[in-house]
Design a protein around this ligand. Structure first.
Ligand SMILES: Cc1cc2nc3c(=O)[nH]c(=O)nc-3n(C[C@H](O)[C@H](O)[C@H](O)COP(=O)(O)OP(=O)(O)OC[C@H]3O[C@@H](n4cnc5c(N)ncnc54)[C@H](O)[C@@H]3O)c2cc1C
Length: 333
């Protein structure tokens, strides 16, 4: 046992992809640093492999990094490794990004450790009285927000979807100490035969501007105009679930509780009512809502409310852009 990693800390699992550590790890480290202050605790970044890049995680808020010296790509072997680390160092809480891999890893690990797991949290805080991790997520079809605690078992475990928290600006001067552990597993039960890259489908989670269409968009012609507007603004087209369910747009474009969480600078919602399940996935800096119904719930979230028919709005917006009447190029819309 090393003194660098003390029992009772707050851990963040840092998933590694082919391009390095996945950005959700930075988002979680930033949030963990805020929580750790309230818990009077320390943040440990946990990695399987990647010891060379571990010290840099200090820039995002890690006080130390704990790294298993192996390259086990599958979640079965990683469950073995992480369970061994948890049993050795006894963290208070463990946060995992709800990526495809994280969603497979977290429940296996929770079951192995005989503890609870709250999936897809949209909020994390510390109870000032008990010191417990308050894990908030939509429940009952998104109709209410439930705050869940895990008072008896340890670690308290939660997954959080990418983009729910903003990554902190890295502090380039800050590196953290790295503790390297030997692997306990002999490789895992899954043999990786081939990697097939996903198609070139755009990642709406990364877009700076999203033009999002809902059931009120009014047909293919207006969807084409919405896509043109998205392109003109350097962004991407996204959608509410009914358009995806109807096969009009692919699932990769869906925003919301059962789609993607997005955090663009600008979110233009066209003919979207603002159901809680949709808004659960919208963490935009500025929301412009276009809707004909003055009582549409989306207007409660919108920074700019446009009471107008989608087609008319789109034609006018594109015309204004063509004429240079819409402030562009300096970050203003
Ligand atoms: C468990 C569960 C998970 C869900 N997950 C998601 C999810 O991930 N994402 C998601 O989006 N939904 C999700 N839903 C569905 C969600 O509850 C709503 O049904 C859905 O978001 C509504 O989509 P919408 O706003 O496009 O359609 P509607 O609710 O039908 O709204 C259409 C809007 O368009 C307006 N309108 C109509 N004509 C025009 C016009 N010509 N111009 C301008 N405005 C017009 C209307 O006034 C209305 O406000 C989920 C539901 C459940 C139960």
């Amino acid at each position: 046992m090393t003194d660098t990693i003390r029992p009772g800390g707050l851990w963040v699992y840092c998933e590694r992809g082919r391009e390095g550590i996945r950005p959700v790890a930075f988002e979680l480290l930033g949030q963990a640093a805020r929580l750790a202050r309230a818990m009077n605790s320390a943040v440990t970044a946990v990695l399987v492999g990647g010891a060379a890049e571990a010290a840099f995680l200090g820039r995002y808020g890690a006080d130390a990094a704990l790294c298993v010296d192996c390259d086990c790509p599958d979640e079965l072997a990683q469950t073995d490794e992480l369970a061994a680390l948890v049993n050795k160092y006894r963290p208070e809480a463990l946060l995992i990004g709800a990526t495809a891999f994280g969603r497979s890893l977290a429940p296996r690990l929770a079951a192995r450790l005989n503890t609870g797991l709250t999936a897809d949290c949209t909020g994390l805080a510390i109870d000032p009285d008990t010191g417990l991790l308050l894990q908030t997520r939509p429940a009952f079809g998104g109709n209410l927000m439930a705050t869940i605690v895990c008072p008896d078992r340890r670690p308290q475990m939660a997954t959080v979807r990418p983009k729910v928290f903003r990554a902190p600006l890295p502090d380039e001067t800050r590196l953290c100490p790295v503790v390297v552990e030997r692997p306990v597993s002999s490789g895992g039960a899954v043999e990786l035969i081939q990697r097939i890259a996903a198609g070139s489908e755009i990642n709406i989670g990364e877009a700076d501007v999203l033009v999002s269409v809902g059931q009120g968009i009014g047909g293919a012609e207006n969807i084409a105009l919405a896509e043109a507007l998205a392109k003109r603004l350097g962004g991407a087209l996204s959608a509410s679930r009914p358009l995806v369910d109807a096969g009009i747009l692919p699932y990769a474009r869906q925003v919301g509780q059962t789609g993607k969480t997005v955090s663009p600078r600008l979110y233009i919602a066209l003919g979207i009512s603002g159901a809680i399940q949709h808004m659960a996935g919208v963490a935009a800096q500025t929301i412009v809502a276009v809707n004909t119904d003055p009582d549409a719930p989306i207007f409660q979230y919108a920074h700019y409310a446009v009471r107008c028919e989608c087609g008319a709005f789109l034609r006018e917006a594109l015309e204004a852009l063509r004429n240079g009447e819409w402030g562009m190029g300096n970050g203003e819309y």
